[in-house]
Design a protein around this ligand. Structure first.
Ligand code: N01
Length: 554
């Protein structure tokens, strides 16, 4: 809040309140489509508040070198507009950050969205007023807005996590988190660089920095099973193919498990011969992408024995690519099952460790004890740097909600309600928080899917519900506690039929000290989830309670 606004509030001066039908928080893939849908297709008054000074969300903030999509470009985009999909040309299978950002800027321009986006403005508070049945939303720019609906398009991975390492503030060199990368870029030429973290981001950024820096040290706590991306330029034939088959391709990704273009093998690994498995794994490896993870045998993420077959196979592949056996062993994951931690895609990552200017430090064996003015001290010694890069991930899924004071009925803070883990109905709504909708929120398939496909499903479902309310003179919607309890239980049950909860991952909240350890996304698959949401709607929005404008139950 600006000091003038603060002074005004403290002095109890009357505030300028804007009335809207909907406030949307965030101008990434989700927020942009929500604005288009609610404003242009449904005629509602709506505004986005966006902390960045441009659209793009993830693609606005994550400008680090090597940032790149890991979903096929022709399905990592919107499908809702035929003209948009025809006119846009992707240059690669996996577009880089600048191309992704360019796409989202193009979308904002095409649909004239910017006029209803307030940039550089962070929503700090949202309070549901039980008298008026409206949300009062406040921002750090001093705005006060009253809205019937609040749409959280916050992103699942938008609350950057910088670990609380002693001495962090004392570092005298330059320090960056990958998700808050400076727009002007960073020149690593001639620099000694330390990268902390080897998740999907750390792997991408280290691969690029290795080429430029004088010396690069990668601090690895958990080795990952990274798979070759298999990126390639788009050619005319591929573009013709996906444009001609667009409807069919999208019909498939909307209804399959992950929203990606990988078909499961349709049998179990343990019934295949070793030769068959070898062939199946090798084919997927060569094609690149998530095929080994999302298009593999049916039992690899459910049976430890089946999983061992692919885990061991990927370990061998890592060994084949790294010259030094000690480094190869450090890079080989042995503490978790393949695929239970988000699988990163790489483009030459393992080979950087064959270079003279790159060193790998295992901080599981020798944890980081302190950041010093000149570098990083582990149990085994001190490393000196000019630049430190934190590729240390996010307070995933619930973190972005916890950063805002969201008060529902009886003034209860959402973060207090979620203190033991998120509680939602369908990952879309939460009891006690009427007319609040989460796009790709916790307990929805979200991060386990190709996000734009999941986002379109959510935005379309939410707008269907708002339309239903309008057609029936309803003003307030809220899930029942029973429906919510059932969904929370179901979402945990599904996760626990798999190997996922056995690994310490951000899916489980394990990367943030003190965070409750519950499986955060919904593992039932996008297709099944879509069907469930559609059934709920077809059955008169079962599990929801409605009230009219005066608050009378309907
Ligand atoms: O974050 P992460 P990310 N000391 O949490 C380590 C998506 N994404 O930004 O594994 C030392 O995965 C931590 O160690 P450990 C994708 O969904 C997509 O890489 O917790 N190390 C880990 O190595 C992805 O999963 C793309 O033991 C510490 C790393 O930091 C998600 O974003 C690209 C530490 C964090 O890895 C998050 O990925 C990039 C400490 N104190 C990301 N604290 C696409 O391609 C943390 N670490 C689209």
């Amino acid at each position: 809040m600006s000091s003038t606004q603060q002074d005004r509030r403290q002095a109890g001066a009357e505030e300028l309140i804007t009335d809207l039908d909907a406030v949307i928080v965030g101008a990434g893939f989700a927020g942009l489509y929500a604005l288009h849908k609610l404003r242009d297709e449904m005629g509602l008054s709506a505004r986005i508040f966006e902390a960045g000074d441009g659209v793009g969300g993830t693609w606005y903030w994550n400008r680090y070198p090597g940032a790149r999509s890991d979903s096929s470009s022709w399905i990592y985009c919107y499908s809702f507009d035929e003209e948009l999909r025809e006119e846009w040309q992707w240059s690669e299978r996996y577009p880089g950050q600048q191309e992704m950002l360019g796409y989202l800027e193009h979308v904002a321009e095409k649909f004239d969205l910017n006029r209803d986006i307030q940039f550089g403005t962070r929503v700090t508070e949202a309070t549901f007023d039980e008298e008026t049945n409206r949300w009062e939303v406040r921002t750090d720019a001093g705005d006060v807005v009253s809205a019937r609906f609040l749409v959280a398009a916050l992103g699942a991975l938008s609350a950057a996590n910088v670990p609380d390492i002693p001495g962090l503030e004392t570092f005298a060199g330059d320090r960056y988190h990958t998700a808050e990368w400076p727009k002007e870029g960073v020149d690593f030429t001639g620099e000694r660089v330390g990268v902390i973290g080897t998740g999907a981001t750390g792997i991408q950024v280290a691969t690029e920095i290795a080429e430029q820096a004088d010396h690069l040290t990668v601090f690895q706590r958990t080795a990952n099973y990274a798979l070759p991306a298999g990126n390639h330029p788009m050619d005319a034939e591929l573009e013709r193919w996906y444009k001609e088959n667009y409807d069919e391709i999208w019909e498939s990704v909307r209804h399959n498990f992950s929203g990606h273009d990988y078909d499961p093998i349709g049998k179990v690994a343990l019934e295949a011969t070793p030769e068959e498995r070898e062939r199946a794994f090798q084919e997927r490896w060569e094609r690149g992408g998530f095929g080994l993870w999302l298009g593999n045998y049916d039992d690899i993420l459910e049976s430890r024995e089946a999983n061992d077959t692919v885990s061991e196979w990927v370990r061998q592949k890592i060994w084949e690519r790294v010259d030094d056996p000690v480094t190869a062993e450090k890079l080989t994951p042995r503490d978790h099952a393949f695929g239970t931690k988000r699988v990163p895609l790489e483009m030459g990552y393992y080979e950087i460790f064959n270079r003279d200017n790159v060193e790998l430090v295992d901080v599981q064996k020798a944890p980081i004890e302190e950041i010093t003015p000149t570098g990083v001290r582990t149990k085994h010694g001190e490393y000196e740097f000019d630049v430190l890069v934190f590729a240390t991930g996010f307070d995933a899924m619930t973190g972005p909600y916890n950063k805002i004071d969201i008060r529902g009925r009886d003034g209860q803070l959402l973060r207090d309600k979620w203190a033991e883990g998120p509680r939602t109905y369908l990952g879309l709504t939460s009891a006690g928080y009427p007319n609040l909708f989460a796009i790709t929120g916790p307990q929805s398939p979200s991060v386990l899917t190709n996000m734009p496909v999941a986002i379109e499903q959510h935005v379309e479902w939410i707008s269907g519900l708002i339309r239903h309310m309008r057609d029936n003179g309803l003003a307030v919607v809220e899930p029942t506690s029973e429906a919510e309890d059932d969904w929370v239980d179901h979402s945990q049950e599904v996760a626990h039929t798999t190997l996922f909860p056995q690994s310490a991952t951000w899916y489980m909240g394990a990367n943030i000290p003190g965070k409750p350890q519950v499986f955060l996304p919904y593992l039932g698959g996008l297709g099944g989830y879509r069907q469930k949401c559609d059934e709920v709607a077809a059955n008169g929005y079962e599990g929801f309670a409605f009230a009219d404008r005066e608050g009378s139950n309907a």
